[in-house]
Design a protein around this ligand. Structure first.
Ligand SMILES: Cc1ncc(COP(=O)(O)O)c(C=O)c1O
Length: 398
């Protein structure tokens, strides 16, 4: 039977690579999974009060269809969180979604038509390109400096065409760990404002930053620009499996009135999100926040181990990530030595049982020649994976 070309063409490198790992595992090789950015699969869990809020909601009969845009108290608490980060936002500017994934789908579906272009950070989190393509648009990558956590503003401006409808930012970034400073964010806001483009900012890793200093969200510099925040509870609040996210519109931007009015129609056609989990998300914002700091210091410990270790391995170099929980090392002469990053990742998997994701899965242009490591596993697992990587690199040396 027919399937659409657009659906047949959808790829998601992070999960697609898992089926290759299963084949290797069936041959008796033990796999080190460094491919999925899910803290809950590495022993972190939502705190007791949040789990209890979920159970209480079920037991108290909160099992019906919630309002499509989300539970009013939760929208209020989200508005408070984003206001504290600087955005001018009220509960009416918030739509609760099934994870940031659905938020992204709704935003892209609301603004992209056949032939439109969307600017994405190179390298980017793959669903950004998938959703743009599904709506008939074209993803266009702009350059980022991974060492300096900065964007090449000239490059971005040179890539804006009459077909461009939006610029996407992910900070802290997946896959690179780049975190933009206030000045870069202000520049991006200026560009979006001047060219009348949506600025879509994914801040799902907002409180997972290292090396001191408050997280600088785009909210603090958004002014009246058409800024849309995507955020959720999967990473910082350790709820990947609970599928809670949201869209928050800049309440000070009248240019967002059209999408503010129309995007909720998409929320209505899919009826609602899970009500008991919305109660749990509410508790995660209202209850004690100390678990976040504990989680982040565990992640920092792993980062401080893995980055120097990667840089000791001949043929590998890696910039210091400033947030999230990903490293994006570069492989020297990857094309000549290994036939490209996909082959590199496949032979590392087959020969050593270490599962990572090929960089080109995050965009050919800036991702090729790299691979992504999730450094959430415990340090002994990371140590063993790094020794295997080192063996692999030295035994493959030309
Ligand atoms: C930048 C970014 N946005 C969104 C998501 C997906 O978030 P959610 O679990 O809320 O759908 C991820 C997951 O890895 C991500 O890295």
């Amino acid at each position: 039977m027919k399937v659409s070309k657009r659906v047949a063409g959808v790829e998601y490198a992070i999960r697609d690579i898992v089926s290759a790992a299963r084949d290797v595992q069936r041959r008796g090789v033990e796999i080190d999974y460094l491919n999925i950015g899910d803290p809950v699969q590495f022993g972190f869990q939502p705190p007791e009060n949040v789990r209890q809020a979920l159970i209480n909601a079920v037991n108290e009969g909160e099992n019906y269809y919630a309002p499509s845009e989300g539970l009013p108290e939760l929208r209020e608490a989200i508005a408070k969180k984003e206001s504290a980060k600087g955005l001018s936002v009220s509960a009416d500017d918030v739509v609760v979604t099934n994870g940031v994934s659905e938020a992204l789908d709704m935003v892209i579906s609301s603004i992209v038509e056949e032939g439109d272009e969307v600017l994405l950070p190179g390298p980017y989190y793959p669903p950004y390109a998938s959703y743009v393509r599904l709506r008939g648009g074209t993803p266009v990558e702009f350059a980022m400096n991974l060492e300096e956590s900065s964007v090449d503003m000239e490059d971005i401006e040179s890539k804006i065409t009459p077909k461009t409808v939006a610029i996407c930012l992910i900070s802290p970034n997946n896959p690179s760990g780049v975190v933009f400073d206030k000045e870069s964010l202000a520049e991006m806001v200026r560009i979006a404002d001047e060219h009348n483009l949506y600025l879509i900012c994914d801040e799902i890793y907002d409180y997972i930053t290292f090396d001191g200093g408050e997280f600088a969200g785009v909210g603090g510099v958004a002014g009246t620009a058409p800024v849309i925040i995507l955020n959720g509870f999967s990473k910082v609040h350790l709820m990947t499996g609970w599928r809670m996210g949201y869209v928050a519109f800049n309440g000070a931007s009248e240019r967002l009135d059209g999408i503010r009015e129309n995007l909720p129609k998409l929320a209505r056609v899919r009826i609602t999100t899970n009500l008991p989990f919305q109660h749990a998300a509410l508790e995660s914002l209202r209850g004690p926040q100390d678990y976040i700091g504990k989680f982040v210091s565990e992640v920092r410990r792993r980062r401080d181990y893995i980055i120097p270790r990667l840089n000791e391995i001949p043929g590998i170099s890696c910039a210091m990530p400033r947030g999230a929980f990903y490293a994006f090392p570069k492989v020297e002469n990857c094309a000549e030595r290994f036939g490209g990053d996909k082959n590199f990742v496949m032979s590392l998997l087959e020969r050593k049982g270490v599962l990572t994701v090929h960089g080109s899965g995050f965009g050919e242009r800036y991702g090729s020649g790299h691979f992504r490591i999730v450094y959430l596993p415990d340090i002994p697992v990371l140590e063993s994976a790094m020794s295997k990587l080192e063996d692999f690199m030295t035994s493959s040396s030309s």
